[in-house]
Design a protein around this ligand. Structure first.
Ligand code: GRG
Length: 293
């Protein structure tokens, strides 16, 4: 299957599963607001990573779907909260009004809260996962999303507004804010098999860290060079918020080389894997570098 077909098929299966999962919400307004936020586009990169890794290690066919939904829920909660006036204050996301613009701030906060709870609820209740697998995935996701991952990075990001960061500070911020969740996606994919090999986990962890940083540097380049129509959010928003980015720190040309370097490192980490399915991980890495949104 080509990467394009793989991504399209992953998106279709994921969205069908998410639509089904959402049908149980008790509050119609909450349900509508979650539906709007969760099913309104997006590349579905993290679910694709869960599936690609689960295929690579030969996990049974549909095991990826629950962790894929869970990680996308955490990702979408972070986008909804990130767009709020108290955070990045963005009016558009994925080419549409942000959730707090379409509904209101309180509803957008609650959408994020509900998605976070739902992600862990899904993992705790799936009969395809053994208790041990569910526990491993819950611990992984909580760790990478929370105090030692994305939330910690988000606060570093907010604290950095108007300050000039040095490269080490910028890297720490993005390893937490962006790369940690990408790493969680890859490692949850590995836990689709009941007892993943430690050496494999280590290689995949290296792949994901470099991929996550490459993803963020590319995001900074797109923010500086893309149009808002293309991005589905205002272009140049990092600049307007007076944030240090890889582009402001290194310049466009060196930022491009650094993104390419990280993607090369990600690919090298999985080149030693004996399985032809690793080619999907190599192609996803190329996609992260060459994407236009
Ligand atoms: C609010 C706890 C909390 C965290 C927010 C993810 C995040 C942290 C902020 C989003 C701001 C941002 C532009 C981060 C850079 C990298 C990133 C996560 C971009 C968005 O991810 P994509 O490109 O989005 O995968 P789609 O819409 O394709 O799912």
């Amino acid at each position: 299957m080509s990467l394009g077909a793989f991504l399209a098929d992953t998106r279709q299966q994921l969205e069908a599963a998410l639509a089904n999962t959402l049908s149980h919400s008790a509050n119609p307004k909450l349900k509508a607001a979650i539906h709007y936020s969760l099913l309104g586009g997006g590349k579905r990169l993290r679910p694709a990573l869960v599936r690609a890794v689960s295929q690579l290690i030969g996990a049974s066919k549909d095991t990826w779907l629950i962790p894929a939904q869970a990680i996308e829920m955490i990702h979408v909660y972070s986008l909804v909260h990130d767009d709020l006036p108290a955070m990045d204050d963005d009016d558009t996301r994925r080419g549409k009004p942000s959730s707090h613009k379409r509904f209101n701030e309180a509803t957008a906060i609650l959408v994020g809260d509900a998605l976070q709870a739902e992600a862990f609820h899904l993992l705790a209740n799936d009969s395809r996962l053994s208790d041990q697998q569910a526990r491993a995935m819950i611990a992984l996701l909580a760790n990478h999303a929370g105090c030692n991952g994305m939330v910690a990075g988000q606060l570093f990001d907010l604290e950095a507004e108007g300050k000039k960061l040095v490269p080490e500070q910028l890297e720490r911020l993005h390893r937490l804010k962006t790369a940690a969740l990408i790493q969680a996606a890859v490692l949850m994919g590995a836990h689709c098999l009941p007892h993943p090999d430690e050496q494999l986990l280590s290689l995949l962890g290296d792949y994901a860290q470099a991929l996550g940083l490459g993803f963020q540097i590319t995001d900074d380049i797109l923010d500086a060079t893309g149009s808002s129509d293309q991005l589905g959010k205002p272009e140049g928003s990092d600049d307007q918020q007076n944030k240090t980015t890889y582009v402001s720190l290194l310049g466009l040309s060196r930022a491009r080389s650094e993104a390419a370097e990280q993607i090369k490192q990600a690919q090298q980490a999985v080149l030693s894997l004996p399985n032809a399915e690793a080619s999907l991980l190599l192609q996803i890495a190329d996609f992260v570098l060459t994407r236009q949104l």
